[in-house]
Design a protein around this ligand. Sequence first.
Ligand SMILES: Nc1ncnc2c1ncn2[C@@H]1O[C@H](COP(=O)(O)OP(=O)(O)OP(=O)(O)O)[C@@H](O)[C@H]1O
Length: 274
Amino acid sequence: MALTATLAAVPPLEATPAPARVRAELRDLKISFPRPDLPPLEVISGISMSVGEGEFVAVVGPSGSGKSTILRALCGLLKPSGGRVMVDGRDVTAPPPGVGFMFQKDALLPWRTVSGNIAVGAELGGTPAAERPERIAALIRLLRLDGFEDAWPRQLSGGMRQRVSLGRLLAYQPSLMLMDEPFGALDYQTKIAMGLELLRVWEAERRSIIFVTHDIEEAVALADRVVVFSARPARIVADYKVTLPRPRHMRSMRSDPAFTRLTEAIWSDLALPD
Ligand SMILES: Nc1ncnc2c1ncn2[C@@H]1O[C@H](COP(=O)(O)OP(=O)(O)OP(=O)(O)O)[C@@H](O)[C@H]1O
């Protein structure tokens, strides 16, 4: 595969052909935080990007560059200092309907079972009560949690807990999933397995995803696009289209020269040491 095709940086927003439907859009977004006795801390300095329907976009960048901050802005938890944050064409001023969040640390309710935790998503997402049992059972099968329906969170491994969190997120039926290092706390093998699990689910359900990670290989392995942030104040230093075929197979992909070239290009963008 030609290097230029694999590493083709997506042109700036104005020139990007419109995806089928834009789910989320940041337009010249600026975010600063006030500080006592100091000038405001400028965290985001003019970021423009959009995420199309069913698109999987990974965001990588140095620690403290503002990756979580843009997710919080998309959730309506932060007011921009400038520019616009839009979900489904509307400016975000409060948590928008249809946007679901998943963090590194699971936030399962310890007093609810696996089914009960997934049910929270269905309840919040407005699934009619009569349809919930079937939907929850389908998610339990999809996430390979069969046999653990009645287990308590404390009885689960870290990977299983994140699968339940993912089940709860999917039960909410979000049109946009914001994932902030969801597998960052897991061991290497479980992280790879969870990445594959997420891809399988995403291929079945095709929700739009913004996936923040520190892990360049994870970003390339999972996403349709990888957006690279600079150090704070963040701007976009690259926006790569990942042309690796789907479904993705971790082992063969890791030996694909296109995979290596892309991870190395991002490594250079982030100015990581050799
Ligand atoms: N509510 C807040 N008030 C003041 N400063 C904040 C606030 N939230 C975030 N910051 C600052 O904004 C910067 C970016 O934080 P953010 O959590 O978005 O970075 P990140 O790229 O997600 O980092 P990491 O990769 O380490 O998780 C940091 O310097 C942080 O201290």
